[in-house]
Design a protein around this ligand. Structure first.
Ligand code: SF4
Length: 263
């Protein structure tokens, strides 16, 4: 795994649990509002040469060092949050999550939803793992037949027509919809998240997104951050929507999901 950073302690990122946050390196999107450009642009990967400054993150770390840390925190931390960048672009994510779960941690995955095949594998690895043990029915290869993740948080960036403009990338929207379906049908605790960008996230967009994630557990809405380095720093000049406007968006969102909250 390419690991771009580690936050050793968080009470906020996995509700109800004390977690460590692993930041994976690299992303297949270039969201204009992204405030982790050092994990997205290759120029940000080498911390010393980096033009970016992010005090809360450790420099790039080795997987062996991360696991030494996780072993030393067993019993003190409950969970590991794997975020990015985009974790699902790394082919060895299943091996990595299995290794974390073997230490007894819960795993929360943050994803942009562009890789439904990987999500499917993480949620239901058993059918993919062969040969199986005749006695237990589990894979002989790694002995894991359970879900490799315990909670999923997926970004849904906007309505279909705005996706390219918001993410700076040609996204296959069918894959986004497929990921939504996989997550909702998995019965795992989950949330969807949307950053509200003035001019790019309208009430009509909210209704369109709502229809796609209808029936989901939670939908979190957040204002764009403008006080930090973004992929598109022109957006720093934008005035985030007011609290009142955010509440109106929340009211629309509440019609489609079990809980629509603001952050
Ligand atoms: S916000 Fe967009 S660009 Fe940034 S890490 Fe997430 S998916 Fe990638």
């Amino acid at each position: 795994m390419l690991i771009g950073g580690l936050q050793k302690f968080s009470l906020l990122d996995y509700e109800g649990f004390i977690s460590a946050i692993v930041f994976t390196q690299g992303c297949n999107l270039k969201c204009r509002f992204c405030y982790n450009p050092m994990l997205v642009w290759p120029s940000g990967f080498q911390s010393k040469a980096s033009q970016f400054k992010q005090k809360d993150h450790c420099p790039k770390i080795k997987e062996s060092d991360l696991f030494e840390f996780l072993k030393s925190r067993a019993g003190k931390l409950d969970a590991v949050v794997i975020t990015g960048g985009e974790p699902t672009i790394q082919p060895d994510l299943p091996r990595f999550t299995a290794k974390i779960k073997k230490l007894g941690y819960l795993v929360k995955l943050d994803t942009n939803g562009t890789n439904p095949e990987m999500l499917n594998y993480l949620i239901n690895p058993a059918p993919f793992l062969k040969p199986r043990c005749k006695r237990t029915g589990h894979s002989k290869r790694c002995g894991v037949a359970k879900k490799l993740i315990d909670y999923i948080a997926m970004d849904i960036k906007g309505s279909q027509v705005k996706y390219k403009k918001i993410t700076g990338s040609a996204v296959n929207f069918n894959k986004i919809k497929k990921s939504v379906k996989i997550i909702i049908e998995s019965k795992l605790p989950h949330e969807f998240r949307t950053t509200i960008i003035p001019g790019l996230t309208t009430q009509a967009d909210m209704r369109e997104i709502g229809k796609i994630i209808e029936g989901a557990d939670k939908w979190f809405l957040q204002k764009i951050k403008t006080d930090i380095d973004l992929i598109d720093n022109k957006l720093k000049k934008i005035k985030p929507i007011s609290d009142k406007e955010l509440k109106e968006m929340q009211k629309i969102g509440s019609k489609y999901v079990k809980k629509c909250k603001t952050r």
